[in-house]
Design a protein. Sequence first.
Length: 256
Amino acid sequence: MSTSITAQEPFVLHDYNLEDWLRQTYGEQPSRATATRQLTWKQRVLYAAGHAINAYYTLSPELREVSNIAKLVDLRWPRRPVGFDSEAHYWHTKDAVVANLTALLQDNQPAAYPVMLYEQQQVVVPELRTELSLIFQMMWQASWTTAQPGDEPSGHKSLIVQKFFWEREPHLEEAFIHLSNVFCRTAFGCVPERIDMFYLSDGTVQRHVPHMKDVAASIDYLDLLRHAVPGGNRLCACCRANAGTAVALAPSWSLS
C-alpha cells in the first residue's frame, strides 16, 4: 500500500532548478565559482537589488516617493569587488543598478501594494501530475477586470506578474512566461493580464500579454522539460501542506 501511495506523489519542478539547467544548457557554462557554490557577481547584484526592491514596496506609497534607492541598494551591496572584472567594473555596475532601478521602480506602481512580494508558492498541475514551485518577485492585482484581446472577460481582477533580470536571457524569459501562465491558470483560473520583465543592466522593460489559448503550449513546454531538469523530487503529503512556506527550497540568493 505504501508503494502505491508514493507512486502517486507528484513530481516537483522548482523554478530556480529550471533556470540553472537552462543557463547551463543554452547560456553560460558553469564556472569554477559556480561549481564550488560561490555566487557569481551577477547573482550578488541581483541579491542586493532584490532586497532593495522588497524594502521599497514594503514602504507605503507616500514614503516610496521620498525613498533613496541608492541607500536601499547599498544595504546588501557586496562590500568587496570579489568576482567582478575589476574595481572599475564593480563601481560602474553599482552606479548602473542604482540609476536603472530608481527609474524602473518610480514608474512601476500598478497598485498600492503587490499581493505577492518575493514569496514562494506551489500548486499541483493535474495535466502534468507535477507540482510547480515558483518564487514570485512581484505580483499585482490591478483594479480592472481581465480584458485581453480575443479572450472572454473572466470577471477576475487583472494579475500582473513581474520579474527582474540582470540582462536579456531569452530562454529564461520563455520559461518564466510558461511557468507564469500555467501557475496562474491553475491557481487563479486565468492567465496574467501582463507579464513584465525588467533588466537592470540597461533599465529596459519587456512586456508580454498572454492569452488563455497559450496555456496548452505552456503545458507542453513544461511537460518536455520537467524530467530533464535535475533537482526535482517528490514531497510527502505533510510537506505539501506547508508548500507556501518551504523557504528551505529557495536558492541561496533569494530573499528567503
